[in-house]
Design a protein around this ligand. Structure first.
Ligand code: NI
Length: 168
């Protein structure tokens, strides 16, 4: 396994629309494992392939405290199961140290392939539902800061660019 570099907002590569995975093979499984290692190390609860500059529809999530329930979602399709939305304070490994509230559907269903290429469907609420919607957005080139006011987003962008300059 290997840790992968994470792209940071406002990197334009984060705006790429990811393509479906055509074959679930060892290359995909290796990438999923590397993404899990990267996510656990960060630490975070979810990571989309887009964030490590692989523009394919692949997500990894583990919302457990113990970090022992890794989930892999390939070509995920998320369907809201309710019109009700809940505010949740989100963060993102691509927008480090920024947290803000976003409204997400309270309950969703997700159908995806697992790392063996098998289709599965599950229903989610709470943090898992939020995380799935947040990560799915990454695959469409969307970030949680896009839900905030443009003034807030400009401030975050300026802060990120300053940080990136300092770290360069
Ligand atoms: Ni994110």
């Amino acid at each position: 396994m290997a840790k992968l570099p994470i792209l940071h907002f406002p990197d334009p590569r984060l705006r790429t629309k990811a393509k479906p995975v055509l074959v679930v093979d060892d290359t995909i499984r290796r990438l999923a494992n590397d993404m899990l290692e990267t996510m656990y190390d960060a630490p975070g609860v979810g990571l989309a392939a887009s964030q490590v500059n692989h523009h394919i529809r692949l997500l990894v999530i583990d919302i457990t405290e113990e970090k022992n329930q890794p989930m892999v979602f390939i070509n995920p399709v998320i369907t809201p199961l309710t019109d009700a939305t809940v505010p949740y304070e989100e963060g993102c490994l691509s927008v480090p140290s920024i947290y803000d509230f976003v409204e997400r559907y309270a309950r969703v269903s997700v159908t995806a392939l697992n790392e063996h290429g098998e289709s599965f469907t599950l229903e989610a609420d709470g943090l898992l539902a939020v995380c799935l919607q947040h990560e799915q957005d990454h695959l469409d080139g969307k970030l949680f800061v896009d839900y905030l006011s443009s003034l807030k987003r400009q401030r975050i962008k300026a802060k990120m660019l300053k940080q990136q300059k300092q770290n360069a």
